[in-house]
Design a protein around this ligand. Structure first.
Ligand code: AMP
Ligand code: ZN
Length: 480
């Protein structure tokens, strides 16, 4: 029943919603441009990774066999420049931030991709593809650099929907580059003696920005695959150039069937930037909010729309999640109390209503992963269950368990409500006592003691949040 509904996705290539049909039966290959590891990942990255996590979860829920690949860019100009600034070895610096990226992914409850290929592990394959491009006449060598010649292709601009003339008019020339036409782009860059470099037929150097993604996506998913993603900033030039290289090298079109792009996350209405000082690293976010709260916030906007990070929106997400868990905890408590085992006709009728709402949830997800609409249906289920269980004297364990199962199933698609089967955790007595002592200290305005206790609890892995209704606690997340 679930699998018969067609999934539709917005394809940047054709600028319209299309029915999703994989190239090979039921198998889906998906490649998403991952992080350039020169710094900690921020909440904008988190938005894109969560969006694709949900896309992959939904595809798997629908029964597709998904192979999910996310690359790690561990060598490029940004890494080299940052390493120079910090007087560190670029590859070591990249290793440190790669580890931090995996910590963040785990902390955000993002399911691991099947492969996380790294650029530095694929240098021979990159050299091989560049050689193929030279042999086929699509690329040329100038003093140790290799460039792709965009004039050699006839369908330039098909992803970003602009002509070569338009792009040429806006192209800035960089004196360090030796290309013959301003829109041509580097496949291989010669490296300075103090920079990391690999031997190649053109001398010591390193790959250009785009070639890695052509090489690694095709290596793990084949010359033609189903979905390629990233945020909208990558449509041009990165993904445009990936298409040119890949199709020129393999001779097969199209390189990718569906191109999916996420909208940007802004902070307080502004693009995150170093100069504005408004970059929020994921670790900092998770000091204040749980992964599920942030995920609920991300889900409140469609993945293609921009989303504005504000603490009001995060607090709203916190309240909404709390409402869901309040109901879930209540149901868990009811399961323990109730004697009645099996559902009756009346209960079956009620559960059917929830299932209708579940279908609407799934239809919303099938409509280009419309999470704001799917959430409306999830909250409708919550309201119905609240009303029903609120007035109940007797209710069967079977119904209660079914409703818990429903929350677990739909929450599993969105990567929330992981704690459906858990009763609210009780704090060990000594820790509860410490919180009490801190409250006392706060009441008598002894801020020093209050802060000392807060820090002590933090060391023990407990984070305190002072909310209007009183102090709340939660366990520290990995990566905090
Ligand atoms: P980067 O490490 O900057 O190459 O980015 C890794 C991934 O995150 C890419 O898919 C980017 O398009 C995406 N990304 C970067 N910044 C943002 C942002 N502010 N909002 C959403 N996605 C972003
Ligand atoms: Zn890429």
């Amino acid at each position: 029943m679930v699998k018969s509904m067609p999934l539709k996705v917005f394809n940047t290539l054709n600028q319209r919603i299309e029915v999703f049909k994989p190239l090979r039966d039921n198998a889906v290959g998906i490649y998403v441009c991952g992080p350039t590891v020169y710094d900690y990942s921020h909440v904008g990255h988190a938005r894109t990774y969560i969006a694709f996590d949900i896309i992959v979860r939904h595809l798997r829920y629908k029964g597709f066999e998904v192979k999910y690949v996310v690359n790690i860019t561990n060598i490029d100009d940004k890494i080299i420049n940052r390493a120079k600034e910090l007087k560190k070895d670029p590859l070591k610096l990249a290793e440190k931030f790669e580890e931090a990226f995996f910590d963040d992914i785990r902390a955000l409850r993002i399911k691991q991709a099947d492969v996380y290929p790294k650029v530095t592990d694929h240098i021979p394959e990159i050299i091989e593809m560049i050689q193929t491009l030279i042999e086929k006449g699509f690329a040329y060598v100038v003093n140790g650099d290799v460039y792709f010649s965009v004039k050699k292709v006839t369908d330039y601009g098909k992803l970003s929907h602009q002509s070569l003339e338009e792009v040429k008019a806006g192209a800035r020339s960089d004196s360090s580059e030796k290309k013959v036409f301003p829109v041509d782009f580097a496949l291989w860059k010669s490296s300075k003696p103090e920079e990391p470099g690999w031997d190649s037929p053109w001398g010591k150097g390193r790959p250009g920005w785009h070639i890695e993604c052509s090489v690694m996506s095709m290596k793990y998913l084949g010359p033609q695959f189903d979905i390629h993603g990233g945020a909208q900033d990558l449509i041009f030039p990165h993904h445009e150039n990936e298409i040119l290289q890949s199709e020129a090298a393999s001779g097969k079109k199209p390189f990718v069937k569906y191109w999916l792009h996420t909208g940007f996350l802004n902070v307080g209405g502004k693009k995150m930037s170093k100069s504005l000082g408004n970059i929020i690293p994921i670790g900092e976010l998770l000091e204040k909010y749980s992964a599920e709260e942030f995920r609920l916030f991300v889900l409140s906007a469609h993945y293609r729309s921009p989303i504005n990070f504000t603490y009001e929106s995060l607090n709203q997400a916190r309240k909404n999640l709390e409402k869901l868990y309040n109901l879930i905890h209540k149901i868990n408590a009811l399961v323990k109390e109730q004697k009645k085992e099996k559902t009756d006709i009346e209960e079956d009728r009620f559960y059917k209503e929830l299932e209708d709402q579940k279908q609407k949830f799934l239809e919303a997800m099938d409509e280009d992963f419309n999470t704001p609409l799917a959430l409306k249906h999830l909250f409708a289920i919550m309201r119905k269950a609240n009303t029903y269980f609120g007035g109940m004297v007797e209710v069967s364990k079977e119904l209660l368990n079914r409703v818990l199962g429903l929350f677990s199933e739909l929450g599993g698609i969105l990567g929330i409500l992981e704690r459906v089967r858990e009763a609210p955790e009780e704090l060990p007595e000594e820790l509860a006592k410490l919180i009490g002592e801190r409250e006392e200290a706060r009441k008598s305005k002894d801020w020093e003691t209050a802060d000392r206790i807060r820090l002590h609890l933090r060391e023990l892995g407990i984070i305190l949040e002072d909310a209007p209704e009183g102090v709340r606690w939660r366990r520290k997340h990995r990566g905090n």
